[in-house]
Design a protein around this ligand. Structure first.
Ligand code: HEM
Length: 548
C-alpha cells in the first residue's frame, strides 16, 4: 500500500513539476506578461471571462507589459506583439520559420498527419500544396463567373428587405443569410437560393465562430491544458468531439453526399462526352464538343478536378528545404475526398462569417456617419444609374466604396485573431533580435496597430474613409500598418472574392435604402475567435426613386 502511495506521490510530483515548470516559461526568459492564474490553463480564464473579446484583453495587457509580451492560452505559449519589426520577420522575412498557424479552436489536430488538414490549418509542404491547388478558385475569370451568383443572391436579399422597410432589424442576420447563400451556391454548387428560408448552415457557422468560452467546460479546460500532448490525446479528442458535437462534423456530412453525387455526375458527363465523340466520328457531324461539359464549376468541381501540374509539383518540392523537417508527408498531386471535404468546409467557415461581419461593421459605420453614407451614395450614383448597371466592372471603379469598406476594417479589424503563426524553428526576430523558440505561437496585435496615433494620426479611432484618398497623402508609408486580411504568403486567399461580394451588396443596398441608426444602434464587440458585433440594430428607409 505504502509503495502504491509512494508511486502515486512521485507520479503526481512529476506531473505537477512539469506543468509548474511550463508555467514559468516566460518568467524564466525575462519575457513580460500576465502571471498564469493556473499552472494548467495559464491565463485562459482571464482571456475568456464573460466572453471578453480577445482583442480587449490583449490591449489591456499591452498597456501593462509593453509592445511584446507572453501569455498562456491553456497550454499554448503565445507571444503577442505590435512591434512592426518583429511582425515583419514573423510574417514575411522569416516565413520559413513561421509557416504554421496558431490553432484557434479547442480541438486542434496535428496539421502534419491528420487527414482533416486544409489550407487554413496546414503547414509546410502540405499547406503549400493546398494553397497552390486553391489559388485557381479565385482567379479573375472565376470571379467573373461567380459574380452572377452573387448578384442573384443580392437581388433576392433586396426583394426580401422590401417587407422590412421602416422597421428596426438586426442587419448582421441579413448579411449572414446572404453570405451563407453565396458560398453555398458557389462553393457547394447548391442549385437553389435559400434566401427567405430557414437555413441550418447559418447556425452551424455561428456555432463555430462564436463558441462558448472553452474555460467554462471542465473537460475542454482539461484538454486545452494538454496542448503539447495532442498526438497522445487523440482518443480523448475524438471522444470530446463526439460528446460535444462539432459544427465541422455536420458540414462534413453534407459534403460527403455532395461529393458522391458530383463524382457520379462527372462519370456521367465523361460517358456522355465519349458517346458524343463516337457520334461525331460516326456521323462526321459538326458538334459542339463543349456541350457535354458543365458551364459552371463550383469549388467542389474545382477541387475534384484540381491536380497539381508537374510545374506546380516542382515548385512545391523546391520549397521543401525551407520548411525544415516537415517533409514526412507524401505530397500527392490530387486531393483526397477527406481533403476536399476539409477544403470546402474551410471555405465555408473562412468565407461566410468574415464577409458577413465586415458588411455588418461597414453598415454600422455608415449608419453612425450619415454624411459619409450620403457621400458614398452620390459616388455610387455617378457610376451606376440603375440596378442593372451593378456588376464587377462598375463597382470596382467606385474608389469611395473601396475606402468605406477598408476604413471599417481598419477601425474594427474583425478577423485580427487569425493573424497568427506558430514558430517552427527557433530563431531571432525584429530589431531587438528577440529569441523566438520552436512551438511558441505568435499573434499580431492588430487592434493596437490599427488605432496607433503615431501611425494613423490623432484621428486614428475615427471612421474617416477619406484618409485612403491618395491625394490627401495621409496614408502611412508603413505597409504593415494595415492588416485586416493578414500578411505575407499566408494572407487571406479570399480577399478579392470578399471585396467583390461586399461591393455588389452595398451598391444594391444603398441604391434602394438608407441605413439609419436608431436608439438601439450600438456596436458591442465580443468573441474569442472573431472579434465582432453579433447584433447591429438599424432601420432601413426607402430612398427617393431618383437615387435608384
Ligand atoms: C472580409 C472578409 C474576410 C476577412 C476580413 C478575412 C480575413 C482573413 C485573415 C485575417 C486571415 C489570416 C491571414 C494570415 O494569417 O496572414 C485569413 C485567411 C484565410 N482566408 Fe480570409 N477573410 C475574409 C474572407 C474570406 C473569404 C471570402 C474566403 C474564401 C472564400 C477566405 C478564405 C481564407 C483562407 C482559406 C485563409 C487561409 C489562408 C492560408 O492560410 O493560406 N477568406 N482571412
Amino acid at each position: 500500500m505504502l509503495t502504491l502511495i509512494l508511486i502515486f506521490g512521485i507520479c503526481f510530483a512529476l506531473v505537477y513539476g512539469y506543468f509548474w515548470n511550463r508555467s514559468k516559461y516566460f518568467e524564466r526568459r525575462g519575457i513580460p506578461g500576465p502571471k498564469p492564474e493556473s499552472i494548467w490553463t495559464g491565463s485562459l480564464k482571464t482571456l475568456q471571462l464573460n466572453r471578453t473579446p480577445i482583442n480587449k484583453r490583449i490591449l489591456e495587457w499591452e498597456k501593462i507589459y509593453g509592445k511584446t509580451f507572453g501569455y498562456f492560452e491553456g497550454g499554448q505559449k503565445v507571444i503577442a506583439s505590435s512591434d512592426l519589426s518583429i511582425i515583419r520577420d514573423v510574417f514575411i522575412n522569416k516565413f520559413e520559420n513561421f509557416h504554421g498557424r496558431k490553432p484557434i479552436h479547442p480541438f486542434p489536430f496535428n496539421p502534419d498527419t491528420d487527414e482533416r488538414a486544409n489550407v487554413f490549418t496546414g503547414r509546410g509542404l502540405r499547406w503549400k500544396r493546398f494553397r497552390t491547388l486553391t489559388a485557381p478558385c479565385f482567379g479573375q475569370s472565376k470571379l467573373r463567373n461567380m459574380q452572377m451568383t452573387m448578384l442573384d443572391t443580392t437581388r433576392r436579399v433586396m426583394d426580401n428587405l422590401e417587407e422590412r422597410v421602416d422597421k428596426e432589424l438586426n442587419i448582421s442576420e441579413v448579411f449572414l443569410e446572404s453570405s451563407t447563400d453565396v458560398i453555398e451556391r458557389i462553393a457547394f454548387g447548391k442549385e437553389k437560393s435559400s434566401i427567405g428560408e430557414q437555413n441550418p448552415i447559418m447556425s452551424i457557422i455561428r456555432a463555430f465562430f462564436d463558441p462558448a468560452p472553452f474555460y467554462d467546460h471542465p473537460l475542454l479546460r482539461f484538454y486545452t491544458s494538454l496542448h503539447e500532448f495532442q498526438d497522445y490525446t487523440f482518443y480523448l479528442h475524438k471522444f470530446l468531439i463526439n460528446m460535444l458535437g462539432s459544427p465541422l462534423f455536420v458540414l462534413a456530412k453534407i459534403l460527403i453526399d455532395v461529393i458522391a453525387k458530383r463524382r457520379h455526375d462527372h462519370e456521367e458527363r465523361k460517358n456522355a462526352a465519349v458517346l458524343q465523340i463516337d457520334q461525331m466520328n460516326n456521323n462526321n457531324d459538326d458538334c459542339n464538343s463543349n456541350s457535354a461539359k458543365s458551364n459552371y464549376e463550383d469549388f467542389v468541381d474545382l477541387f475534384l478536378n484540381s491536380e497539381a501540374s508537374d510545374e506546380d509539383m516542382k515548385m512545391i518540392k523546391a520549397s521543401q528545404s525551407s520548411f525544415g523537417n516537415i517533409n514526412r508527408i507524401k505530397i500527392e498531386k490530387k486531393l483526397t475526398d477527406q481533403e476536399i471535404i476539409s477544403m470546402c468546409s474551410v471555405m465555408m467557415l473562412a468565407g461566410v462569417d468574415t464577409t458577413a461581419t465586415t458588411m455588418t461593421v461597414t453598415a454600422y459605420c455608415l449608419a453612425a456617419n450619415p454624411d459619409k453614407q450620403e457621400k458614398l451614395v452620390s459616388e455610387i450614383n455617378a457610376y451606376i444609374h440603375s440596378e442593372e448597371d451593378i456588376n464587377m466592372d462598375t463597382v470596382s471603379q467606385i474608389d469611395y466604396l473601396d475606402w468605406c469598406i477598408k476604413e471599417a476594417l481598419r477601425v474594427i479589424p474583425i478577423a485580427a485573431p487569425a493573424n497568427s503563426r506558430m514558430c517552427m524553428n527557433t530563431c531571432t526576430v525584429g530589431d531587438s533580435q528577440f529569441l523566438f523558440e520552436k512551438d511558441v505561437s505568435f499573434v499580431s496585435n492588430v487592434w493596437s496597430i490599427h488605432h496607433d496615433k503615431s501611425i494613423w494620426g490623432e484621428d486614428a479611432s475615427v471612421y474617416t474613409p477619406e484618409r485612403w484618398d491618395p491625394i490627401e497623402e495621409r496614408l502611412p508609408d508603413e505597409p504593415l500598418a494595415y492588416q485586416p486580411f493578414g500578411l505575407g504568403p499566408r494572407s487571406c486567399i479570399g480577399l478579392k472574392f470578399a471585396m467583390l461580394e461586399m461591393k455588389l451588396m452595398f451598391c444594391h443596398l444603398l441604391k434602394r435604402f438608407r441605413i439609419e441608426a436608431t436608439e438601439n444602434t450600438k456596436c458591442d464587440i465580443y468573441g474569442i475567435i472573431l472579434t465582432a458585433p453579433r447584433v447591429i440594430d438599424v432601420k432601413l428607409t426607402r430612398r427617393e426613386v431618383n437615387a435608384q
